[in-house]
Design a protein around this ligand. Sequence first.
Ligand code: ADP
Length: 692
Amino acid sequence: MNEPLSASPARPRSRRLALWGALVALLVVAQSLLVYLTANYERVRAQEQVEAAATAAAADVRQTLSRQQQSLQALQWNDPGAAPWRAEAASLLHARRELMRVERRDVAMRVVEAVDSPYQGPVFGRIAREAIEVEAQLACTGAQRLSAPTFSRSYFVPMSDGLGLEMIDLCIPVQRAGRADGWVVATLALTRLLEESVGAETARTHELSFIESDGARLARTGVRRGGGVFVAERIIDLPGQSLQLRVDSTRGSPSLIPNLAVALVLGLSLALAVVVVLLVRDVRRRAAAEARLAETLAFRKAMEDSLVTGLRARDLNGRITHVNPAFCEMVGFSADELMAPATPPYWPPELADEYARRQSVRLGGAPTVPGRSVQEARSGFETIFMRRNGERFPVLIFEAPLVDGQGRHAGWMSSVLDLSAQRRAEELSRQQQERLQATARLATVGEMASLLSHELNQPLAAIASYAAGSLNLLEPGAPADAETMPMLRQAAQRIAEQAERAGRVIKSVHDFVRRREQAREALRADVLFDAVMPLVRLQARKSGTRIELELPEPPPRVVCDRTMVEQVLLNLTRNGIQAMEGLTEPAQRVLTLKAWQTHPRWVSFSVIDRGPGIADDVAARLFTPFFTTRSEGMGLGLSLCRTVIEQHGGALDFVNLAGIGGGRGTEFRFTLPADSGDRAARAADRTAEAHG
Ligand code: ADP
């Protein structure tokens, strides 16, 4: 799938061109062949028609001649001298227009009777019959030899109208009582023969002619001129003679578009050419779209490859179908290794069963409400994966349904974030924060060292004096009366009380310095105040400051890291007390501590002093680490306080009370999340679960 889509555009281009060239060449060849075949077919058909016409015409001529012969043979039975012969010959001439003249000759070939065609003047008007008798005599000689009617060669007879006719003689020997008794000679005009024999239809579309062997035309009929392209010739064999019939169709060679068939072929070819052009355009558009697609794909791939977020696609069975390089790098397995097995290799073996169960639950639930699945995908979930080297690491997974082009739910797409670096950074920052806080706590205690010594001095002095008194009572010279024992017991009791008091002071400091557990817990605000109060009072007593505590009944409950918030309270009270020292009349030195619920989700805490307030230049840098105006200060107090409060989701700020209601001083206020009822209920549930 990672193959480049357009590795060498030059080669496919030349190949495409070659293919198109071949296609166009094939098309041209196919079209030319089609046109040629169609034209050829036309030609063959025309030739066939002419051949058929020629055969029919030859048959017609033959039939006319044979009928002629029969009629003429019937003539010989009449007496040649008799008028009936002439009458019969005349009717024959009348019936057959091709017959020009019928002669009755004696044995010596002399003309005894002769009747001419009624349609034309006498044939031998211009030239006497005797002058052109050779053909007839030759025919009769042949007829005598064969004892059968015989045709003569054709000969030209000029007519009185200036034109002439090609004639042919038919010589029929007459037998009477078994011996030769002269001849009947009929003269036929070849042109008329053609006209009478050939049908009108053939004559309309063909030129028919009798020709000589050298091609010279003897007689013709039909249209005036044939095309000279489709010609057929037939030999009409007659007894003693043969005629050559030539039929010439009026049709010329077929033109390029001779008829509908060729027009159709051409039209189709044109349509084909148009289709090819359209195809070319379509292919070009496709190629352009493909190129765009390849570009987009390459861009997407580059984008996907450059991502640091791991991407993983799974089908509906939970099998991995795609991973990006970042994911492979994260888990240390190749794409093939990840896609092959049913159980992902990055599942830690000890958690595999749980993961499989979780996956089946998740894969089972199809995304019915798109909004909901998006919501789930956005929130993400944390889990543990395993690298190839066995290292377990935390990941944050955002999973969304994968919907294909048809809108079908085809699987799941997850983006996977490696949290190990973030976790390391968080851990480091937490440790640093802790160290800083510990340092700050130590600094606070250091500052309080003198206070501590003062505070411890009292019980120690008391212990010392009780001890001294007790020792005096136990002196060897001292009277050991009945009062001594109760006094000693009382002194010992006082010593124990004072020692306990000193111990309490030391313990409160010890507790404060050593306490470091991070857990958040739900507790009442007064519990927080009570915890810091011994140390606050310690400080307050030294400067003669009064502490006022304002808490509603019942006190609001908060969820917080107790140690941290206690330190915040201690820092703020210490700052307030210090601000009032020296600058405020001892009678006016009052530090007010307040806590109240400002919102269903928030509880506000206030530490109010009657000090000089905070100057603007100081206010600007108040929360900057290491900013301090005091020679022994570290300047970490307020910056740490703000960090702690913000870690709880709250805010820490201050208000200068100077000018507000004529008062003076500063109010430091911070908020902490309130312990709502269901949170308490959840905590209760958790406890129940833990115990169950
Ligand atoms: P430090 O107490 O070590 O100086 P802080 O961060 O607690 O560090 O305080 C920084 C500075 O802010 C103090 O030096 C002081 O000048 C000023 N400041 C803090 N709280 C008060 C207050 N209640 N009234 C006046 N100035 C204050």
